[in-house]
Design a protein around this ligand. Structure first.
Ligand code: URA
Length: 238
């Protein structure tokens, strides 16, 4: 159980500055569990709270956990330079909440990207000690050979790594198609491993993180959804 003043609650949910949130409340634009409240000093229970702002319902969330189906042509970096940032695909409210991508996908990689405003969650998910398998579908420029698959599974030496990195799974899925599962999340890892193994990655898609499958979320490219507890539990290390 936790009570907060209504202006703080609105601000925490990304509705804008404290000043702006106070004005919204005083203008009668905010309902709390269905009843308009026009004093920002009221202390409100946040457990199970549903706000209505400008006639739209908003369930209070202490933190947000978002899955985005990242399209190609968007950068995950905080200060994108050559392409728009992935956060531009989300409502502005999330920018106010200072959400950030959990790890990175390259600008031309598509697929499942997690986004959150929960610092410890982001840190834990990105930690190299956390062995959550990530599943990728790669299209290769040259045909997939048995030798390539064997090399990816036995370990590929990248020039800035102390030891070879091996894929947990590497399966041929077509003449130029591979499914690759990695436990680590090194910079450009799939592309660099394929290049070091003598091929070239033409397209890359991430279809799952741990047990969380993009296909189960019902998203089209560029769409996002909230992740609830049972889906977050699928991100636990195997
Ligand atoms: N490996 C890559 O090379 N790029 C990605 O975007 C993700 C994994």
């Amino acid at each position: 159980m936790s009570k907060l003043s209504l202006d703080r609650i609105l601000q925490s949910q990304g509705f804008g500055t404290r000043k702006y949130c106070r004005a919204l409340i005083e203008d009668g634009e905010v309902a709390v569990n269905g009843t308009i409240v026009d004093s920002y000093k009221s202390a409100i229970e946040t457990d199970g709270l549903v706000l209505t702002v400008f006639d739209e319902e908003w369930r209070y969330r202490e933190h947000v956990y978002i899955a985005l189906y990242k399209p190609a042509g968007y950068e995950c970096s905080r200060k994108p330079s050559h392409h728009p940032g992935v956060l531009t695909l989300l409502p502005e409210q999330f920018t106010w909440r200072e959400v950030q991508p959990v790890g990175r996908l390259d600008h031309d990689t598509t697929g499942l990207l997690l986004i959150s405003d929960d610092g410890p969650f982001i840190h834990a998910q990105s930690s190299p000690k956390r062995h959550v398998p990530k599943v990728y579908q790669a299209t290769t420029a040259e045909p997939v050979t048995e030798a390539l698959v064997a090399h990816m599974l036995s370990g590929v030496q990248l020039h800035d790594e102390p030891a070879p990195l091996a894929a947990l799974v590497c399966e041929r899925r077509g003449d130029n198609q591979l499914e690759i599962v990695l436990e680590q999340g090194k910079y450009h890892q799939v592309k660099r491993m394929l290049a070091a193994a003598g091929n070239h990655c033409s397209t890359l898609h991430r279809s799952a993180i741990g047990g969380l499958q993009l296909a189960d979320l019902g998203l089209n490219e560029g769409e996002w959804c909230f992740l609830e507890e049972e889906q977050l539990a699928l991100l636990a290390p195997a």
